[in-house]
Design a binder for this molecule. Sequence first.
Ligand code: 3EB
Length: 338
Amino acid sequence: MNLTLLTAEKIDLQHLLAGAAGCVLGASRIGLPLADSEAGWPVQSISAPLLGKSDSCLQEIWRLDALCQSGTFEEINYRRAGPLLFGVIELDEAGFGDAAVPLQAATEAAYRQIFRLLDREGVPHLWRTWNYLAGINRESHGLERYRQFNIGRQEAFIACQRMATGNVPAACAIGLAGGPLSIAFMAGAQAAVAVENPRQISAYNYPAAYGPRSPTFSRAALVYLPGQEIFFISGTASIVGHQTVCPGDAAGQARESLANVAAVLEAANKLSRGSAYHLEKLSYRVYIRHAADYPAIREVLLARLGAAADVVYLQADICRADLLVEIEAMASQPLGSC
Ligand code: 3EB
């Protein structure tokens, strides 16, 4: 089995649509949504400005060397092939206006739908989630919205008999200017192996000062597929222990975030069944709170990763008000079948 992440810059979309559309598991669109939204596979629209690109939109596509089957379940669009499944759910908070805390209720509902689908499909293990919500640092109902999201997410994990600590999925939780709660997810028949960062307290053990419920995610996840290993690094920020470091210093935060990515990578290399992952060879997505910080942050990444590195920059909010940048990454490699 071979799953690859392609960006629209690297592929001829027309050719893909004509020849191998059946092998597309799903996609994400960053920037302005494309007009042809009827892709035939689940697409997560990330409505955030791309930085440093002449195009206003970029598409990332998960392509598999196997035919995928499409489905819908409640409000989820998904596609699956054998032991893996990719899905997207978008929920409008307006539909939860009767709830005490609409975002919390929407989040719990979304994750409950995801877990119901995964149980039904026999792919119960959530490997990686991509969470986007409007106004992530805004306070309402006496609590920051990211903290509302964390309550809803953890409630769903517990209600659906998932562990809320330990082997939890890799994730990112990012703020956009508007739009629905949007969650994309990849899941499988086999559990991923969670990887933690020795420089950071596990997020599920954060002290209560960061919210009444801890965030339910791991620092990274390693997935062993037949013949392939996939490595997801969660959104990684300038946090040491549980504290934000380098407040107000975008370049310093970028360096600290990269040091965290390097530490997670080192931990993952001890668990990898293949060859070692290298910092310069990962595919990165970098979220920058203030577009004006882009040149300084890019310089830090260029110095550490080199000019050939695969990096997409976009402007978005990070889940703590004092965080200016967050870096996520992925990689995959073939494995000898055993
Ligand atoms: C952090 O380390 C930064 O709530 O799913 C990074 C990745 C962050 C995922 C999440 C939050 C999440 O706490 C924020």
